[in-house]
Design a protein around this ligand. Structure first.
Ligand code: AP5
Length: 222
């Protein structure tokens, strides 16, 4: 089976986590989400978590030197047969570090999946987001749980993320446009970019990505 080495790109709230949960199940890929890993470090109050906390709470990026090692190590341990990265890379330096690490092992990225959504829509999406203990994402209007405030899978209470306050969301959007959006051109130049209209419903976006990945996997095998 041809290996799929994928990254999800897009602004905060575009639906990367929502799609990742579905794609992980479809293609049986290890899902590595930088934001989730950092929030876990914060919760466990590790040295890395303490260093990352201030940046995250202000909507800024955590410095490359803290993030790159954490992710490359995770890929090394879990991503031997392919991976789905969410939230990494987020800077050109992170993208170069990933490409170098893969090349050193005779591997390469299969595609960068960009989920595209205009800024006006994102603030509304993020303020309605609720998350379960296991990382499943809901939206109070667009993708509500069966019972209000409670996870469909295990019945635990849903929570709202610390950095989902409107003023932090605006800062995160600014950071995205300044530091992460240049990656769109970076991957386009390398012929790795695949763009999806993230204003469609979660199921429609999912169908579109899944069809593209099925084709890519066929091409990889030829
Ligand atoms: P991170 O956790 O990666 O956050 P993000 O990129 O800002 O993305 P989000 O998780 O907010 O959005 P999403 O696209 O996953 O949307 P979701 O699917 O939930 O990063 C957090 C912080 O960590 C950063 O700010 C930074 O400080 C730090 N960090 C992380 N990675 C880093 C790195 N590499 N370098 C440095 N620092 C780093 O969807 C949003 C809502 O919309 C949900 O409620 C969902 O139900 C709903 N929704 C989803 N799809 C649709 C749809 N199609 N239609 C309608 N509603 C939808």
């Amino acid at each position: 089976m041809a290996e799929l080495n994928l990254i999800l790109l897009g602004p905060p709230g575009a639906g990367k986590g929502t799609q990742a949960m579905r794609l992980r199940d479809d293609f049986d890929l290890p899902y590595i989400a930088t934001g989730d890993l950092l929030r876990d470090h914060k919760k466990r109050d590790t040295e890395l978590g303490r260093q990352a906390a201030n940046y995250m709470d202000e909507g800024k990026l955590v410095p490359d030197e803290l993030v790159i090692e954490m992710i490359l190590d995770k890929i090394e341990r879990e991503g031997d047969d392919g991976f789905l990265l969410d939230g990494f890379p987020r800077t050109i330096d992170q993208a170069d570090a990933l490409a170098d690490a893969l090349a050193a092992r005779g591997r390469r990225l299969t595609a960068a999946l960009l989920i595209d959504v205009p800024d006006e829509e994102l603030v509304h999406r993020i303020s309605g987001r609720r998350i379960s203990r296991t990382g499943r994402t809901y939206h109070v209007d667009y993708d509500p749980p069966r019972r209000e405030g409670v996870d469909d899978e295990d019945g635990s209470p849903l929570i709202q993320r610390d950095d989902d306050k409107p003023e932090t969301v605006r800062k995160r959007l600014e950071t995205y446009h300044d530091q992460t959006e240049p990656l769109v051109e970076y991957y386009d130049e390398r012929n790795l970019l695949r763009t999806f209209d993230g204003t469609k419903s979660p199921n429609e976006v999912h169908d579109h990505i899944r069809a593209t990945l099925a084709t890519l996997r066929l091409e990889e095998r030829l």
